[in-house]
Design a protein. Sequence first.
Length: 399
Amino acid sequence: MYNEQYFLDKSISCFEEIVSFRRTIHKNPELSFCEVETTNFILEKLNEFGIVGEKAISSVNCYKNEKVGVIAKIGKGANCIALRADIDALPIDEETGLEFHSNNIGKMHACGHDFHTAILLGTAKILKEIEDDLKGTVLLIFQPAEEYLPGGAKIILDEGLLQKYKPKAIFGQHINPEVPVGSFSYKSGPIMASTDELHITITGKSSHAGQPQLGSDVILAAASLVQFYQNIVTKFKNPLEQAVISITSLQAGNATNVYPDKASLLGTMRTYNQNLRNELKEIIKTKSKLVVEQYNCSIDINVVEGYPPVINSEQTTNFLTKIITNTFNANAILYAEPKMWAEDFAYYSQIAPSTFYFLGVNDMKNTFYPLHSSKLNPSEEALKYGVAIFTNLAYHFLL
């Protein structure tokens, strides 16, 4: 039997190799559904460890219709735990100045998925060495396309890739530059929000700017609609329930003396409550029409359904607390205030008890840059902490 210190020591001894995984992945970022070379790199490393992996998904979104992502397992038996890492990058020009900065212009691992993938590879290496002592199966999910709807997690589940394993618990971790290195931040219950995209077109009648009475003002209608959406979250829901409706783009017209005939709006709606989510969508669809009709305009609304909220199971969250406390101490655990971010890990939490937690990557020495920043530069010291917890979770859950 192996104790928590054993896996911490192994994580430290493998640290340089895990760093090399991370840097290779960081230098070669690929966008959602295009992670072909990342997939090949993962398979190559797993093969070196003696682990057989299979490519995960193909879809109409995938680059040249190639399969991307990897599913692999260590051990055997019906007792199964799954560990998940996302592998895609973002369409961002890197500005870190790092020696191992992105080789792919306009693409960057600005959300830490290079960390997540390297941590799961390091976890795989260590667990493979003690495979005969595992009391069940560790399922490794190197998931593509977390950043782009419909999300790789949904496709993996829709294609039935986890059905034969039936994991009894699923864990995922995500770097957080707001949290110090050596700390972990999480809570049971809702921790990340659902997300739905709003695509709206308002249509009216164009006119001369000096004769507004001869047309219908789509810009005024759009402005009223934006204000109405802010009223929704204050007047149409219980104030104890959290929700946000954000209009992030409003485009209309291109001249100073012409009222345009069309305005386009983009935005997002987020909440932790699935019932409230449905209610807000219905209000947007039905009442938006009444708002713009005041200005003799018509409206087309497309609500693109995104990820559901991430709900951490009390069972698996308590187990995580036990593992972190035994590996480090209780001071390594920080309460996570729920974020209005979104994560397709939510789909896993619908099929098995699951916990999604944050790994601290802030060395508290350098300038802080948030997730999705072109200057994000997490401390690589966090890699050993991530591997130590993933390996301990897997081994001890199966006992």
